[in-house]
Write a protein of this length. Structure first.
Length: 213
């Protein structure tokens, strides 16, 4: 956690009352075709780094006995398996569960926790690491301003712990309401090979070759 020392040093003389866990990126590609260090780096940035950062600043907030806000930027992807970008959905699912669990522990102290699940947003997210995915290009066309996400976070503080933003997230939530998660998972597992991006990555893979179950 080499990133913690400069963070602590830069904020030692600041009373931080607002914390935004917003770091994250997507690394595309098949799990077995991606180097383990790249996978671990993606997990660290998207999810694991939020643990020491939040722990440090949350303790500071509670020691001062002041009200505060801790925000997490998760993703609508947390609601579904995410083949072709293996670490993204799991890392965001962790972030959502971590945030909601934390919210229950600190609300009595006047500290609010908000986790937002944005639909596509206009950021450098689409300059992804790994192979280009046509599905990401399609999503980028519907992206909204990041300012809107910031406004939604502040609007949710003290009112809602989880905020599902946009049509993409709404569609995912409806699917999870109508169908059991296990059923949706089986659909993804059995029909992922019909996705163009998935087929292209499998075809180009030395490990996967052209064989699909």
């Amino acid at each position: 956690m080499s990133y913690m020392s400069p963070i602590i040093e830069a904020t030692n003389d600041i009373e931080v009352g607002l914390l935004f866990n917003n770091a994250g990126y997507i690394h595309t590609g098949l799990f077995t075709d991606t180097g383990i260090e790249k996978l671990r780096a993606n997990l660290e940035c998207n999810a694991a780094c939020a643990i020491p950062i939040t722990h440090h600043f949350l303790r500071k907030m509670m020691e001062r006995r002041r009200r505060g806000l801790v925000a997490f930027t998760s993703s609508s992807a947390c609601y579904f398996p995410g083949p072709t970008a293996t670490m993204y959905s799991p890392s965001k699912a962790f972030l959502t569960n971590f945030a909601t669990t934390l919210a229950a522990e600190v609300r009595h102290a006047g500290i609010h926790v908000v986790v937002i699940h944005p639909s596509p947003v206009k950021t450098n997210f689409y300059k992804n690491h790994g192979p280009t995915l046509n599905s990401l290009k399609t999503m980028q066309k519907a992206a909204i301003s990041p300012t809107h996400i910031a406004e939604q976070i502040f609007a949710s503080a003290g009112r809602l712990t989880v905020w599902d933003q946009g049509l993409t997230t709404a569609a995912f939530r409806v699917a999870n309401k109508v169908f059991d998660f296990q059923f949706l998972t089986e659909l993804v597992v059995r029909f992922a090979n019909l996705n163009g991006d998935h087929r292209r990555l499998v075809s180009a893979s030395k490990l996967h070759g052209n064989k699909q179950a």
